[in-house]
Design a binder for this molecule. Sequence first.
Ligand code: TYD
Length: 209
Amino acid sequence: MATGRFLVFEGLDGSGKTTQMARLQKRLTGMGIPAETTCEPTDGPVGTLIRQILGGRISMDPQTLAALFAADRTDHLVTPDTGVQALVKQGHIVLCDRYYFSSYAYHARDMDLSWVICMNAVNAKILKPDLTLFIDVAPKICLERIRAARKHLDLFEKIDILTQVRDNYFAAFERLRDQETVKVVEGNASEEEVEQAVWRHVSQMFAGR
Ligand code: TYD
């Protein structure tokens, strides 16, 4: 029987989650367990609109933006054949850079967490991650990394915002601790050390495969 898995990487902008996801993919593939990567916002029609908003080219009120992220997520899940739900059902291992905990963290700055959870209820019903890994890096370090990498900062890339977002992540983990499997990985370490910590959590899932 196909045993697909859905693993999500979460973290602040600049936390290194994308790098860690790529490292995990390489490791799994090297072990003969092919894994696919994907991300949110997606490069689909709704995700493309979202990126224009984040980059400041279009302005949008926070509620509409949160609704767009939820819609982009549904689209990401239910697209026939290539959507995440279809891939997992076919037995694929799907690694995703951000999922609904990003919404709970980023949008609970403007709306109640309950509102954001409600907005994503359809997504949680369609597919819950087998595991969510939160790469925990101090907001100050995240911003230093983003600044070193590029000149232009996106909408949410400010210290007070990232601090609030980190707090919101932990509030959401606490609120949903009976419904979700979340592991927090200390991310203020070398890439290799973080990779090892990630692997300690993920390897259990693949033991005996
Ligand atoms: P992302 O492309 O992951 O940025 P980075 O690679 O720099 O981490 O995400 C873009 C931004 O979108 C990021 O600031 C977080 C935000 N975001 C939300 O506000 N809500 C969401 O539901 C998601 C998935 C992302």
